[in-house]
Design a protein around this ligand. Sequence first.
Ligand code: ATP
Length: 243
Amino acid sequence: MIPPDHPRYRSLVARERLAQYAASGIVTLEGLTAHGRGEAFDYLIGEKTTISALQAEKTAAALLLSAERPLISVNGNTAALAADLLAPLQEKSGARVEVNLFHRSEERIRKIGSLLADAGVRVEEGVAERLLPLSHDRALCLRHGIYAADVVLVPLEDGDRCAALRAMGKTIIAIDLNPLSRTARTASLTIVDELTRALPHITDFCTTLSRDEAGRLAASFDNRWFLSQALEEIQERLSHALD
Ligand code: ATP
């Protein structure tokens, strides 16, 4: 039992949850180390949604609402941490949801699919084909899913696949606490925020943005600006860290 008044309550709950899902095969050991890297960057940005991250979340909602075939690509860590946050986002954004894994096995796809379905997410089904310009099983995706999507939200993606999706002409929205990662620099739009803080904000913006405002925001944004704001935030915090 983690005491709710522990100063690191949220972080400890997330770790416990990931450890449980690692034991059941939904999260990989590599996924646990990726989470650790994310936590380190979360310290640096102050474990809060910054003003520029909130603006990126609004822009993400605008991109999803303006898309013809929006899609959310879900991996093991995302399902473990945020299955219950994905159902409302799917409902408000109209996005399809596809399970897409770096360490892929049919068993993991099935387990993650049922975790999401239990949380009320409608998950795309079908036979994955080698459709992405990548070697190995990372090329697999659904023809009517990721392959056909124009805007893809990929929380916690790796840089390689992000670049491959961009090369296919897709608009890619990444959620990544590390503003220096290849994913962050390759995505069309990067939200430098923690996954479980970012998703509810995107959902809220999907309900409040008008069609006109969404169109305007989706047509003019600059990912370099969002990344430079995140780096400035980190520099500012570091320069006052011992005050
Ligand atoms: P890249 O290939 O993009 O250079 P990487 O090798 O760090 O980056 P991964 O190891 O796949 O990529 O890690 C995924 C990223 O997800 C990490 O950069 C980490 O900062 C970030 N991350 C992990 N957990 C969270 C979380 N809960 N919320 C937001 N970002 C997270």
